[in-house]
Every structure is written in structure tokens, then in C-alpha cells.
Ligand binder design. Sequence first.
Ligand code: PLP
Length: 423
Amino acid sequence: MTAASSFWNPFAQMATLAGGKISIVGGRGSTVIDAAGREYLDAIASLWYCNVGYGRAELAEAAVAQMRELAAFHTFEYYTNPPAEALCVRVAGLAPMPGAKVFLTPGGGSDAVDTAAKLVRAYWRACGQPDRQVIISRSHAYHGMNAYGTSLGGIPSNMEAFTPLVGLVEQVPWDDPEALDKTIESMGPGRVAAFFCEPVIGAGGVYPPPAGYLTAARDICRTHGVLFVADEVITGFGRLGTWFASGRFSLDPDLITTAKGLSSGYLPIGAVLVAEPIAEPFWRPGSAEVFRHGYTYSGHPAAAAVALANLDLIEREGLVERVAELEPVLAAALEPLAGHPLVSEVRAGTGLLGAVEIAEQARAADPRIGQRLVLAARERGVLTRLLRGIALQVSPPFVITEAEIDRIAGAFADALDDVMAAS
Ligand SMILES: Cc1ncc(COP(=O)(O)O)c(C=O)c1O
């Protein structure tokens, strides 16, 4: 890639990037290949999404077949199409809340989050409680980069350039149910619309929930009539060894936001799953309520067809069950890294998710150590990335083999040694 590139990379310092881009041109299974022909084992399934692995011809064929019939037609007001209808029935059937309605979003999780944030407010307005406008989220949270999602985020560096954005948002410590209770009380319970919660915090550093936290938070929300929104953009569609984290943790959420794993990224698509009572004011026979929200590509037929084929594939190959089987394998492979002098903690054991946190002392001594570790792992043929400046991400495709999991752990161990030796 030359300095003449016009492509402005997300989250990149463009002034220093020239010549440093890596062009990915292909992939098979859990491996991707760059333009120079070099192969890398992808420890993070791109950005947590390529769950069925790379090179799945049947997903390409599903897109082609649908595009030959009808690539796209909008779904505003009364238009619909067969793949969008079928996908919503399918997703509602998988949802851990009976009778769920499904609002399709065209992009990634950011669209789903902004849709859910607007929907909870529209719901309370429709219920005659228009003062319920405040949305609470958690420290370390990542809810995407649209305006609402950025405002709800709990990673300060992602917000600094933009605040204030959307108002009426409050933040609580990620692990403290009492703080949630107190915040709702202090706002006045009649003012809080919803609590947004990643069942396992992802981009903030992979934090599985402390024992009992999620149930306590959900119960507090119920007590105060606050809607519980599970942001399952990462955890939805199998990453925790169940179709939804909400199922694994018996969360009984009011809404679930999803994207990534819905199509494994083969085409962009997301969905907001809405529990029947929350949909009711809009769906009740005779209701005049309109959720005045939607995107040009909501219900995109080709994307929906690919998502359906992706769900077929996950079911046919038993990939959700496979994640459950691999959960202890991944945890056991990463665990020894906790003994390395550069590592303060390894978090794993909740699905195919893990993080290797770099010791604070090492980060203080060299603020660039995280990036150096990412590069060192890449030199060893494994792709990872740095979460919140502190931890290396592990979220492989569901099709990863046990031998490949060992290769990830081995490359991390070698990278840690390489960086320590060079320090
Ligand atoms: C929990 C969560 N919510 C929302 C998003 C935003 O998704 P996207 O980047 O696809 O818009 C992400 C992305 O990683 C996420 O992890």
C-alpha cells in the first residue's frame, strides 16, 4: 500500500500510517492472507464477527442467488421481501424471549444500538411516560460509534473529541449493581428509560460479568420499571456457546441488539430483538403509534438471505455447541500466559472470548508496549489487537481447531518473550 492511498482508515493515525497498511486479500477457515501472500491465523475473527470462518462459498452463493432475483428494495411503510420476513421469523425463534419482534438494521451494531436507544424512548412515550428519557450504561462499555452509542460508551478516549453528544445519559461502574440502583434512585425512577449492558464487556477489555452481577442488575431494573437492553452485538449468535448470552445468563431482557454474528460479516446486517410487551404499544390492533425510524437498507434482501444462510450453516455444523466445547480449551491454552512477567491477568472461560492484560508496570515503562506486542504476534503469524490500550483480544472464529488455539497461545507467549527481550 503506497502513500497515495485515499482510503481513510477507522481509528488510525493517518499521518503515520503511509506504507504501513496491510491489505488482506483472501481467507479460508481461520486464516487470512495478505497481498504479499503471507498467511495469518486470525485470533479475533476480524472484529469479533467472522464466526463461520473465511471462504464460505455458500454464503456468497446465497447473496448471488438473491441478487439475481432482487438485490434490494426498501421496506419503509408497507414494502417487504421474503428473505427479510424469513430472517425475522428465524431470529425471533432463536430469541430467548417469546413472541419477539425483530427490527432489522443495515449496518453493524452501531445502527442496532441507536435503534434500541430511540425505541426505548418511543416506547415510554407511547406508554404515557414521556419523562422516562435517561439511559444508563456502564464504564468500559462499547456501544458503537453512532451518536447515541458514542454517548453511551464507557471508553473515554472514544468520546473526548465529540462530547457533549446525546444528553440524558448516565454512567455507572461496570461491576457494581448498587451503583445502578442508586443512580436510578437519584435520577428519579420515573425518568430512567433503560439500562444498556453488554453481558460480557467486549471492546472495553473482555470482562465476563462478576458472579451474580447480571441477575442483580436485571432485578434492579425490573424493580424500577427500567428496560434492560442486552447489547449482544458480540455475544449474539453463539459466541458464548449459547445462541444468546441472555440465554446463558437467564437475563430475560426487554431488548437485544445484534449484528456481527448474524451474517458472520459476509454482508453487513444487524437486528434489534424486541420482547413482545415492548413491541405491544406499536403492534396492538388499532394502535396509531409509529416508530418513526429506519434506514434505507433496513431489511435488505441480499443481506437477509446471507444471514439466513449463515444461520443454516451454524446450525448444520453445530457451531454453537462447538463453541461450548472449545470454551475450556481456549481458557486452558491462555491460562499459562498469566505467569508471564509482562501479563497481569488472563480473562477467559466465557465462550470463545479472551483477553490477555498487560501489566500496568510494563505499560507505564513503555506506553507503546501493547502495540509492540500486537506487531510481535503478527510477526509470529497471529493477528490480534489491543483493547482499551491494555489487553490483547482473543475471539477466534467458531471453526478454529484445537491445534490453532494452541498456535494462538504459543504466538502470544513468543511475542511476550520477544518484546521483553527487546526492552
Ligand atoms: C457491544 C457492541 N455494540 C455495538 C458495537 C458497534 O458495532 P459496529 O462497529 O458493527 O457498528 C460493537 C462493535 O464492536 C460492540 O462490540
